[in-house]
Ligand binder design. Structure first.
Ligand code: HEM
Length: 212
């Protein structure tokens, strides 16, 4: 390939990898957190929303829509980690940039542990999906699990909220000082909403686990 072909490829690859991180991945993440908030309503309601699915075909489609973008975004992110350096966009810009990369590493570690412990191990090694009582019990009695969920979801909340704002910038949706400032405000709101949802779900599991 010529260098212009390869830069055309990397342009579209970057666009695609940032796009799929928002849609479907980011949207799915919000739904996933909302589903986990059903922990407040107890085991049956939580299982109905988080681990049960009406149709295997639907579930297969959802899993593809989650794992394919996740794999693409991870490969692209790791490529960028190796090449990119902080830019000259001032202290705030560089701080956001550094935090975006720091949380990228945190989210990668969190998701590796989370997907293995909550999805692969129960379903494929133990033969049944994650059980509410076991999960809630661990959240309450195993401090490392609690800490990993609190910090991991903190990282996800930042990474996704800041990701939406840099996505808007990359795609030319927030050119200009005013719309950039509006986007920063939106990112703060989104961060707080995501964090409240995630920590709310962790709190509900923790509390349910006290008596289990
Ligand atoms: C409060 C925090 C969270 C809780 C309590 C939680 C709980 C769960 C549970 C129980 C499963 C297994 C579901 C099943 O077997 O069908 C699961 C799967 C999964 N979680 Fe989470 N999760 C949380 C946060 C997150 C976050 C922030 C992400 C980031 C994107 C995430 C990504 C995934 C993925 C990719 C799967 C596997 C796909 C699936 O089962 O649908 N989770 N989660």
């Amino acid at each position: 390939v010529t260098s212009s072909e390869s830069s055309t490829f990397s342009f579209w690859w970057a666009r695609l990898a940032s796009f799929v991180a928002i849609l479907p991945l980011g949207v799915w993440t919000v739904i996933h957190l909302a589903n986990n908030l059903h922990a407040f309503a107890g085991a049956e309601d939580w299982s109905k929303h988080v681990t049960q699915s009406a149709s295997p075909v639907g579930q297969g489609i959802v899993l593809t829509l989650v794992f394919l973008p996740l794999a693409m975004h991870t490969v692209w992110g790791l490529q960028r980690m190796r090449s990119a350096r902080p830019n000259g966009y001032g202290t705030f810009g560089n701080l956001k940039y550094i935090l975006q990369r720091l949380t990228a590493v945190g989210v990668l570690l969190f998701l590796g542990a989370h997907i293995y412990k909550a999805f692969i191990e129960p379903r494929f090694l133990e033969g049944q999906p994650e059980n509410f009582a076991d999960f809630a019990h661990t959240m309450n009695h195993h401090v490392p699990t609690l800490v990993v969920y609190l910090l991991g979801t903190l990282g996800v909340a930042y990474h996704l909220a800041n990701g939406v704002s840099s996505f808007a910038w990359t795609w030319g949706l927030s050119a200009g000082r005013k719309s950039q400032a509006r986007m920063d405000g939106l990112a703060v709101v989104l961060f707080l909403v995501l964090l409240t949802m995630a920590w709310g779900a962790v709190y509900a599991l923790y509390q349910a686990g006290a008596s289990l």
